[in-house]
Design a protein around this ligand. Structure first.
Ligand SMILES: Nc1nc2c(ncn2[C@@H]2O[C@H](COP(=O)(O)OP(=O)(O)OP(=O)(O)O)[C@@H](O)[C@H]2O)c(=O)[nH]1
Ligand SMILES: [Mg+2]
Length: 354
């Protein structure tokens, strides 16, 4: 299952430009608000240099990177919640994503209309914050009548109702759901509301191309990732060598996509492990702290159910010792059991009963 990320922001801030660059689907960026009227979903491979290194050793039939799914929706405007613009209608398309990227316009360009007149990152992100909170409050209001009815007969639902009402007053004061003081159990009770402001949030500052390496002031306590959507769009058209040259001319080491993927992994507490065989070298996504059976389960539920052990080599051992045979000779191929906490980059081979 791919990690999925919804892209929000004001109209015309470069969401679709970034999305198109990320997904190389071509086509939808346009210089007028609301250019995006169908939700767009794109699946993007997560760049990981380690896959290339593993492939050099194993010579697999194919390389399969981890993927992230991006969902591009129409821009939100002030008052979107009460029906202004088109964006609010599309919020439903990102309710089930794992995280949200908010694109904030930093670039200067008189040719590109700004719905609020001029770019002002703090004010603009405040507008989006308000609209997302209002959208969530709408979700809560719609959920309440049924809960109130059922709470009379069901104690568990009464507890949930009380929690949601407390959350509602918190959010009525202009706060995101994510900052509400709650236990993990309470968080789980709120899960099925799919609140937008409960999701981890990354700010992407769409900057002018000479600013792509800049360090920016935090927005609402979070440091935005500077990316030039325009540069990314150009890079998407280039060969790998051309792109590398172009990036280094701008003083950048890697594309915005690579940075974004890495930051998203970090934000969500995710990491990768690898499987390496003649058929394929493949990256898999798991939460940091996941144990071996859970990692096995990402590949196949049978692997988790029948888990016996995992032959495991650390990434640097595997590459340094020239693969599985080298690891075995050097005593670096470990047999790990059910309690093993998988480390980022582990190369794993699962043994299981079926
Ligand atoms: N100068 C400059 N223009 C940009 C940049 N990114 C996007 N644009 C331009 O801004 C306009 C709007 O870009 P889109 O990507 O369609 O914006 P959007 O956020 O998807 O807009 P909606 O879908 O209407 O909400 C297009 O003309 C883009 O070419 C940038 O980094 N620099
Ligand atoms: Mg768009």
């Amino acid at each position: 299952m791919a990690l999925s990320i919804g892209i929000v922001g004001l109209p015309n801030v470069g969401k679709s430009t970034l999305f198109t660059a990320l997904t190389r689907k071509g086509g939808l960026a346009a210089n007028y608000p609301f250019a995006t009227i169908e939700p767009n979903i794109g699946i993007v491979p997560v760049p990981d240099e380690r896959l290339t290194q593993l492939a050099k050793i194993v010579n697999p039939g194919r390389i399969v990177p981890a993927t992230v799914e991006f969902v591009d929706i129409a821009g939100l405007v002030r008052g979107a919640n009460s029906g202004e613009g088109l964006g609010n209608k599309f919020l439903a398309n990102i309710r089930e994503t794992d995280a949200i990227i908010e694109v904030v316009r930093y670039f200067q360009d008189d040719e590109v209309t700004h719905v609020e007149g001029d770019a002002d990152p703090l004010r603009d992100s405040e507008i989006i914050k308000t609209e997302l909170i209002l959208a969530d409050l709408g979700t809560i209001e719609r959920a309440l009548p049924r809960l109130q009815k059922e709470a009379k007969r069901d104690k568990a639902i009464a507890t949930k109702l009380e929690l949601i009402e407390r959350l509602q007053s918190w959010m009525n004061e202009g706060n995101r759901a994510v900052s509400f003081d709650m236990t993990d159990e309470e968080r789980a009770l709120l899960y099925d509301l799919h609140l937008l402001t409960m999701k981890p949030l990354l700010y992407v500052a769409n900057v002018d191309e000479d600013q792509a390496g800049a360090t920016l002031d935090p927005i609402d306590g979070v440091t935005p990732i500077p990316i030039s959507a325009k540069v990314e769009a150009d890079i998407a058209e280039m060969s790998e060598e051309e792109a590398a040259e172009f990036l280094s001319a701008l003083g950048l080491e890697e594309s915005g996509l690579a940075r974004l993927a890495r930051e998203a992994y970090k934000l969500l507490g995710l990491q990768s492990f690898f499987t390496a065989g003649e058929m394929e070298v493949k990256a898999w996504t798991i939460p940091i702290g996941a144990k071996a059976p859970q990692a096995a389960g990402v590949i196949h539920t049978d692997f988790e159910k029948g888990f016996i052990k995992a032959e495991t080599a650390g990434y640097s051992d595997y590459v340094g010792l020239g693969g599985e045979a080298g690891c075995k000779t050097a005593g670096k191929l470990r047999m790990e059991g059910k309690e093993y906490v998988v480390q980022d980059g582990d190369v794993m081979h699962f043994r299981f009963n079926n």
